[in-house]
Design a binder for this molecule. Sequence first.
Ligand SMILES: [Zn+2]
Length: 233
Amino acid sequence: MTSTRRIYELSLLDEEIADKEAALAEIERRLEDEDALNRARELTQAHESGLSDLQRQQREADALISDIRSRLGPLEKKAYSGAVTNPRELEALEYETKMLKGRLDKAEDSSLLLMESVEKTEQTVGEDRRGLATLEEQREEEVHKLSNDKDKLESEVSKISARRQETASSLDVAVMRLYESLRSSRGGVAVATIERGMCQGCRISLPSGAIQKARAGRDVVQCASCGKILFTT
Ligand SMILES: [Zn+2]
């Protein structure tokens, strides 16, 4: 194999490694990205804490209702028993009963409203939990698949890297130095093919001497315009 062809092969291997490494980086990014899941968890937690707050308020309203009822019962009994005959005492008794009844109405209204809110929020929390469970299941599958893809890509990269190492070590040190320096200064691509007499790195027409020299493949020929190593079959 001519030295120019080996450089070309090397550039193809480097391109393949770069593609696979980009795919690996994307997999890493997706493995770390738990944003959707975290948002769903936070929302569920917020609704759950809202629900327990409403449930606490409802328990308090119910406790208030039984407290008022326990005070109202004996008063009504007393009022209807006929035991109280003093008009002023009777009036005070009726007044107190009326006050307590008013408070009972209010407490019952608020308990009813709270009950409705609790039911609605329970539904929301139920939907949240089901949605979260689905997301968690999907995420588990995704992580499993991504990890498999990652393992596969890593083993491919290591195989290609071994071939790259072999090809690189077969090349002249000065040529490798030129190749690496072009690669770092030309956006990762050091070799350009020749098609229809043009350098495919910069699209400039090449002198026929350069094309012939590149085709012979014995010496490294660089494009006079973009500096890339020229290769043609
Ligand atoms: Zn060029």
